[in-house]
Design a protein around this ligand. Structure first.
Ligand code: NDP
Length: 340
């Protein structure tokens, strides 16, 4: 079969392509420019997948009919493309535009598609300002972010815009499906990743131009400039390679149709990562000067205010998630390979 992956040059997108190719699935990846496509073609040719990978340029994915050509002849669609940075001004454009574009083109031109997997986010679930430890399940929606973005308009914090965009895009997808389910042969699955870290294979020239989530990890764990309050902050995380696998299993497995599935390896404080990095023996990245951070934040009882239910993921996907140690080692090895 052949799968279409939107945002194929992204951090998660590129690992998703790699995972599909390793499982002998042909892939058509969308990118926004010829240059970005060339990096991918070169990378996957070198990896021995030249005959199974092709790239198409979709310059502006919220334009009417943007994906009409790209979806033709594919059996599945994995829609990962969406802005993940603090630069979007409006939660509707382009996050919802991209999702709408993919679904409308699939409806018109992709009769063979069996499954559409959409990358949502735990940002579409969580509400901020937790006063007690809370376990989130797939039932939740981040209503707070949507409301704040509506009320504050242009003045909304970009992080809140991001969360609102993920809610609106995912809701759009489920509504679209409800309206069209009698006309289509596919089901939708949404994957909700926790904070994603792990080795980058995308085109980045330096550790200061990484994608948003890995950049945050790098700034706090490796650059040594982290503040105590940040290192003590609770988060949940997952390895980028496991998230790629989650997308692929969601595509392959019939039981995922109609489900939103949280994919999280576990809870962490950023200080936990600092400790993990310091404990690596031998250190695969000898050039780096690791700081010890603020070990006192790990003393006594550690408080992880938010965590995610893993029940549905375990029941349907059953991924054996990588550990913090495996993930940290792989990031360091990739950085060392790049001479960083
Ligand atoms: P990246 O920034 O590495 O990838 C984002 C991808 O989306 C790139 O291919 C990018 O293309 C594309 N994209 C961004 N804006 C637009 C736009 N306006 N039009 C078309 N394409 C666009 O980030 P990630 O890989 O981390 O993000 C991928 C998905 O995963 C997103 O949907 C994100 O919300 C979701 N996610 C990520 C998490 C994380 O911690 N990393 C956690 C939960 C969800 P280009 O390179 O051309 O900009």
């Amino acid at each position: 079969g052949k799968a279409l992956v939107s945002g194929a040059n992204g951090y998660i997108g590129m690992w998703t392509v790699q995972t599909l190719l390793e499982r002998r699935c042909s892939v058509r990846g969308t990118v926004r420019s010829v240059d970005k496509g060339k990096y991918l073609s070169d990378y996957f040719s070198k990896a021995g997948f030249g005959d199974k990978f092709e790239v198409v340029v979709v310059e502006d994915f919220s334009k009417e009919g943007a994906f009409d050509e790209a979806v033709k002849g594919v059996d599945a669609i994995l829609h990962t493309a969406s802005p993940f940075h603090w630069g979007a001004k409006n939660p509707q454009v382009p996050a919802v535009g991209g999702t709408s574009g993919v679904l409308n083109s699939a409806l018109k031109y992709a009769p063979n598609v069996k499954r559409i997997v959409i990358t949502s986010s735990c940002a579409a679930l969580i509400n901020t300002g937790l006063s007690k430890p809370t376990v989130f399940t797939e039932e939740g929606w981040n209503e707070t972010a949507v409301k704040e973005a509506e009320e504050q308009g242009d003045k909304t914090h970009p992080g809140v815009i991001y969360c609102a965009a993920k809610v609106l895009a995912e809701r759009f997808a489920w509504k679209f499906y409800e309206e069209h389910k009698s006309e289509v042969g596919w089901g939708i699955t949404t994957i909700l990743p926790a904070f994603v870290v792990g080795p980058p294979i995308q085109d980045v020239s330096s550790p200061t131009s990484l994608n948003q989530s890995l950049q945050m990890w790098y700034d706090n764990v490796l650059s040594g400039s982290a503040k105590k309050a940040t290192l003590a902050q609770a988060n949940t995380w997952v390895d980028v390679r496991d998230i790629a696998l989650a997308h692929v299993l969601a595509m392959e497995n019939k039981a995922t149709g109609g489900e939103r599935i949280i994919a999280a390896a576990g809870v962490c404080l950023l200080q936990d990562w600092v400790e993990t990095a310091n404990a690596l023996q031998p250190n695969p990245l000898p050039s780096c000067k690791l700081s010890v951070g603020f070990p006192e934040t790990l003393e006594g009882e550690r408080v992880y205010h938010m965590s995610y239910s893993k029940a549905k993921e375990e029941r349907i996907l059953g991924i054996k998630f990588r550990t913090m140690e495996e993930t940290t080692r792989a990031i360091f090895e990739e950085f060392a390979k790049r001479g960083w």
